[in-house]
Every structure is written in C-alpha cells, then in structure tokens.
Design a protein around this ligand. Structure first.
Ligand SMILES: C[S@@+](CC[C@H](N)C(=O)[O-])C[C@H]1O[C@@H](n2cnc3c(N)ncnc32)[C@H](O)[C@@H]1O
Length: 362
C-alpha cells in the first residue's frame, strides 16, 4: 500500500487533498478498500484525442476494445469505494464513418453487467454547444453523466440538493402558490366537470380549499391537482400500475403535494461548458457545476471525493469548495501541475479560503 495514500485516507489525517501522478488502475491498487465516499470522473473519450503520458486509454482500435479497457478501470474503483458510495461517470459519444457509436451507453451497460446499479442517466445539456459544419445532421448539444452505485441502499442526502421552495403570495386577495396555482382553474374544472358526480365535486372543492389553506398557513409550499376527465396521472391510467390512477378512479381527484423542503432536481442539467482552462490546457475540462449535485448528494461533509482521471482537478476543487476532501490521479504531469496551481489559487482566494480544520469540525 502506498504510504502517502494510506496516510491521506487515515482518519487522523487532516490535509484536504492529494494529487497522484500515474495510471489510475495502478494507483487504485494502493488504496485501502472502501476508503472513498464518491467518485466523480470524466475518463478519456474514445477516439477523441491523444493525451500525454503513457496511457493508451481512449486510443483503442475498436469501440468494443475501448469499452472493455475502460470498464476494467472501474473494478478497482469499486473496491476503493465504500459499499454505500457512488460513482458519477461523465462520457461523450463518438462518430465512426458517420455512425454514432453510442459509446456512453455501451460503457454504462458494461458496468451494469459488472454488477453496478445504474440509478440515473443525466443529460448534461451544454446550452451553447459546439459549432458543427456537417450539413446532414444536427449539432450535438449534450453528454451523459451516469450515476452508478454498488448496492441498492446507498448514501444519498436528497435534502441537500432540493431547490428551496419559493414563497406564496396574494393576488386580488387570493393565495397563489410560488408556481402560480391559485385554484381558480381547478375550481372551474371541478364545477364544469361531466366526469364527477355531485358528491365527488363537493369533496374535490373541499380538498382544494383545505390545500390552499395549508399553503396560506405555510404548511405546504405548492401542489398540483388531478381531476378525473381533465388531467391524467403521470405514470399510467391503470390502477394496477399507479396508486394515483386508483385514487382518481375511487375519489375522482387527487392532490399532489410538493415536498416541504422543495423539489428535487431533474435529470437534464443545463450547464455551460468551462472554457477558461481550455486556453491553457487544450482538453476537455468539465465544469465545476457538474460536480455540485453529485458531491452534495453522495459525499458527506468531510468525506472523500475521488477523481481517477482528474485532468486539471475540477472535481477536487469542487470537493474542497463544498468542504469535502479530494484525491485525484492523472497520468499527465503537466495536468497535475495545472491542477496544483488551480487548487492553490482556489485555496488562496479570500472568498474560498478554507480553514484547514473546518472540514473536521462539523
Ligand atoms: C477528459 S480528461 C479529464 C478532465 C477533467 N475532468 C478536468 O476537469 O480537467 C481525461 C484525463 O484522463 C487522463 N488519463 C488518461 N489515461 C489515464 C490513466 N490511465 N490513468 C489516469 N489518468 C489518465 C488524461 O491525462 C486526462 O487528463
């Protein structure tokens, strides 16, 4: 076992980050098992560029070889990840002879076959995207970020990533929820409904009034209503598949309350790609924002974030910013130096200055 890594990962150690230069698979053999909480990484994409250093990862002749080669790197990742830890894998796709290879999904399915559980396939919508000169296909505007776990139960702090609910307000003397629900439209739909009988209409109106009163009292941030004949339940019309469809069938309506701590982010993230570092580093840096939800949700404060293909250290900086610790590996000495410089600048900037001990006090 590498003494530097073992020391960094020991409980007594109080340094915030460690950067290692070399092959990820070799370094990961040196980690104690189950020693990191969360791995967030963007490995070399297939057939996109030649990185400096000895690694040939990404330069395989066929996509099948790439999938096999890359998947093998995630076996040691699995061992060093805690059983309740998470892996977040960012990958882009590649064309070969005009044919889109579906590389990210091939890798995700290979990891599933290796025993990983795939929890989300997040679409990172790049908003601006890159220009594309081909005049027989669309411009590509997204990449994938896969969330994978080792077992069905894992660490996930959903409240840390909820969007805080907005405030209700009054309009013409009526309470209105933060997303603009005043109940007027629902009331109209209930009263004019051909699909509800009189008793169902009375119950639906009473439930609507009670729900609006809860919003006014600050007990509920927001809600939606499904009324038979007007809205459909989201998943299925069949009571066999949807509890809501059953409620709709029995009572004629249902109230869908929002969570009191706010809504969860969905699986399409609009994040503009980082371009500041491209000028220096000329390769695919991922934006720090992409690390925010993964780290907040799946690494406890003071926990360890690993990036085995750290490049210029974006995930490590994101970890430090969120009061986690970071360990990064990269074959390129040049990128390691850029990462060191970025981290030093981050730690020195007054607004980001981290009290070395603050990670361990909470
Ligand atoms: C897509 S870049 C990662 C960029 C990074 N997310 C950032 O924000 O800068 C992939 C990185 O993997 C590194 N790499 C390639 N093969 C490697 C290997 N076998 N072990 C560790 N790092 C490797 C490359 O040097 C490159 O820096």
């Amino acid at each position: 076992m590498n003494p530097q890594i073992a020391e960094f990962l020991s409980l007594e150690n109080q340094s915030d980050y460690l950067l290692c230069c070399g092959d990820a698979a070799e370094f990961l053999q040196e980690f104690p098992s189950q020693s990191v909480h969360c791995c967030i990484t963007s490995p070399p994409y297939w057939n996109q560029r030649q990185y400096s250093g000895s690694s040939k990862l990404g330069n395989e002749r066929s996509v099948e070889e790439y999938v096999e080669h890359l998947s093998a790197y995630f076996q040691p990742v699995k061992s060093v990840l805690k059983d309740d830890g998470s892996l977040w894998l960012n990958l882009g796709d590649t064309y070969k002879k005009k044919n889109l290879m579906g590389v990210p999904w091939r890798v995700a399915l290979a990891l599933q076959a290796d025993g990983w559980i795939l929890r989300n396939a997040i679409v990172w919508h790049k908003v601006k995207g890159n220009p594309c000169n081909a005049n027989d296909k669309l411009r590509n505007g997204y990449e994938y970020l896969f969330h994978l776990v080792k077992q069905e139960r894992y660490y996930y702090d959903v409240n840390a990533i909820r969007h805080p609910p907005g405030k209700p307000y009054y309009k013409n003397g009526q309470i209105v929820t933060p997303t603009g629900v005043s109940g007027t439209k629902y009331r109209q739909q209930i009263c004019q409904s051909q699909a509800l009988n009189e008793a169902e209409k009375q119950n639906a109106l009473a439930a609507l009034d009670e729900t609006l009163a809860k919003v006014a009292r600050g007990e509920l941030p927001d809600f939606r209503m499904i009324i038979r004949g007007n809205q459909r339940s989201t998943h299925s019309d069949s009571p066999a598949y949807s509890g809501r469809a059953e409620e709709l069938k029995k009572r004629g309506f249902c109230i869908l309350p929002y969570h009191k701590n706010g809504t969860k982010p969905d699986d399409v993230w609009q994040i503009i790609p980082e371009d500041q570092w491209r000028k220096d580093a000329h390769f695919a840096v991922f934006p720090k924002e992409i690390c925010e939800i993964p780290i907040k949700a799946t690494c406890p404060v003071g926990g360890v974030v690993l990036d085995p293909f750290m490049g210029t250290g974006t995930a490590i900086i994101a970890a430090l910013e969120l009061k986690r610790r970071g360990i990064g590996i990269d074959t390129s000495q040049e990128y390691q130096m850029i990462a060191e410089k970025r981290i030093a600048e981050f730690l020195q900037s007054p607004e980001n200055k981290i009290d070395q001990l603050s990670l361990f006090e909470e």
